[in-house]
Design a protein around this ligand. Structure first.
Ligand code: KDG
Length: 306
């Protein structure tokens, strides 16, 4: 049974093969794009029994996503295929940004009742992100149910804020995401993101937004990452604050760096590393993906070989 569950939407990701604009490129690659499944791939490759749990359309793009995740060793047994909805699509246009075609997607039709069929028994850790509540009204009810299920089996919860402005307003996101983050054991948030949503940027102030969360990690791009840890038995001694500068890298494409950081941090946390090593592992995986045009697993390439 899986020890880690990563729950959230993955879309078919379309990128031009020659890095040219979508409007004129002739050749495209299709891979899997999803914050939570990006993380699942790193964890699986590090040897953790990891399941990505979600829904896809009963379509060939859904088959392709399953194939990509399989090739990284991710357990996809709990991915349902919805015959009445499509797999979401995500198009990257170099220089111009990303375009979503995901409204009404199979994953957007997930809801709190789905949690009952997911493999929480035996899970040690559950990872979710702030993208999910932006997808639909039923998805908004999903995360509280996931948190309840994780708590009921004693699993830890990580929550990556992942504010996506294309999906909802900052006001709505700020109000919805704060109580969810407050219930997590680990909150990962970008300094810019915290500033946009809650008008707070200093790590200690950001951590104070989520007093219920054991550890809050604030990532300040190419500057540093800061962990505020209030989880220990020495809680009375106050929060432990650890800061670690980011690595210097030539950035090829930043998409996916947050997922890589989160994966590195969690891999280190789950194997019992201390705060400095948790941040260092986050920076390492982030640097690796920043220097590559891919969203995840640089070196593996976006293609699935049959
Ligand atoms: O973190 C990278 C993700 O943004 C990308 O893979 C797509 O999950 C995605 C999203 O919803 O933006």
């Amino acid at each position: 049974d899986p020890e880690v569950l990563c729950i959230g939407e993955t879309m078919a990701m379309v990128t031009s093969a020659d890095a040219g604009p979508v409007a004129t490129s002739e050749t495209f690659t299709v891979s899997a794009g999803g914050a939570e499944s990006n993380l699942a791939q790193y964890l699986a490759e590090m040897g953790l029994a990891t399941a990505w749990v979600s829904a896809l359309g009963a379509d060939p793009l859904g088959d392709r996503i399953v194939a990509v995740l399989h090739s990284s060793g991710v357990d996809t047994r709990w991915v349902t295929r919805d015959p009445e909805a499509n797999t979401g699509l995500y198009v990257k246009d170099p220089g111009a940004g990303v375009y979503y075609y995901r409204r009404g997607s199979a994953a957007s039709r997930l809801g709190p009742e789905d949690v009952r069929s997911w493999p929480f028994d035996g899970a040690r850790w559950v990872h979710v992100s702030g993208i999910t509540p932006a997808l639909s009204a039923t998805c908004r009810e999903l995360l509280p149910a996931v948190v309840d299920a994780a708590r009921s089996v004693g699993a830890g919860i990580s929550f990556d804020v992942n504010y996506r402005p294309a999906l909802w307003s900052a006001d709505e996101a700020a109000a919805t995401l704060r109580p969810l983050a407050d219930r997590a054991d680990v909150v990962l948030v970008g300094r810019d993101e915290a500033e946009t949503l809650w008008g707070t940027a200093a790590a200690e102030d950001v951590a104070a937004l989520f007093p219920g969360a054991g550890r809050v990690v604030v990532k300040d791009g190419d500057v540093e990452a800061v962990e505020v840890d209030r989880s220990g038995a020495d809680r009375s001694a106050g929060a432990g604050v650890t800061r670690l500068p980011a690595r210097t890298v030539d950035v090829v494409e930043p998409v996916g760096a947050g997922d890589a950081f989160a994966a590195g941090y969690l891999i280190a946390l789950l194997r019992g590393d201390g705060a400095r090593d948790r941040l260092a592992m986050g920076h390492s995986l982030a640097a690796w993906v920043l220097g590559s045009p891919h969203d995840n697993r640089p070196g593996h390439g976006p293609h699935v070989r049959a």
